[in-house]
Design a protein around this ligand. Sequence first.
Ligand SMILES: Nc1nc2c(ncn2[C@@H]2O[C@H](COP(=O)(O)OP(=O)(O)O)[C@@H](O)[C@H]2O)c(=O)[nH]1
Ligand SMILES: [Mg+2]
Length: 214
Amino acid sequence: MKITSASYAGCAVDLEACPVSNLPEFAFVGRSNVGKSSLVNMLAEVKGLAKISGTPGKTKLINFFRINDRWTLVDLPGYGFAKVSKAQQAVFNEQVSNYLTGRENLKQVFALLDSQLEPLDTDLAFIDWLQQCKIPYSIIFTKTDRSADTKVISHEVQLMRALNDYGLKPNEVFKCSAKTKRGRGAIVNWIEGQLPKKPKKKQGKAIQLGWMKK
Ligand SMILES: Nc1nc2c(ncn2[C@@H]2O[C@H](COP(=O)(O)OP(=O)(O)O)[C@@H](O)[C@H]2O)c(=O)[nH]1
Ligand SMILES: [Mg+2]
């Protein structure tokens, strides 16, 4: 899919404040600093569309980005070790879980995991929760440019084992890098496959009569 337009489409503090929309939504979730905003920018091919931060826990709002006027990318606040108080963290997590369980046009969640790390219990618990809530999800390993391929593959193998042990079955597992754009085509094409088909334009009849000069 070619991205022809990508624009900021608002933000919300919680589910109730989310903009009304019937476009299919694809949300990016993961711990703070895993690379959610960078991935949104990389997929949309717009630098600075979503704010990137070196400080974990900066995105405190649910951010919406309209792509090709056909679907929406959603950058969610990170769960986990945000540099904020425990009480504030609980608010973020409730904000995220209410959105994920209550948003009617949410098509699919991408759970982002850092490919530099072994699978973490918090991530596995989150994936387990997604499956229990019957929310369709795929997994994206981020920042693959930062480690040797052997390390990324070993973390992927560990993850697949752990998922299998818990009976968890993601739709897909992608490996990507916002820096090198690895995985961009695979993710964007997969999203396209989830969108309602565009009605095909009927071709004009290929009959050429003598008087039809072009
Ligand atoms: N090398 C590299 N750095 C990345 C990549 N993705 C994100 N980062 C860096 O990781 C940090 C956190 O990224 P950000 O997108 O703000 O994470 P978020 O908190 O999950 O939205 C920033 O310093 C990014 O530049 C990647 O694919 N490769
Ligand atoms: Mg962010």
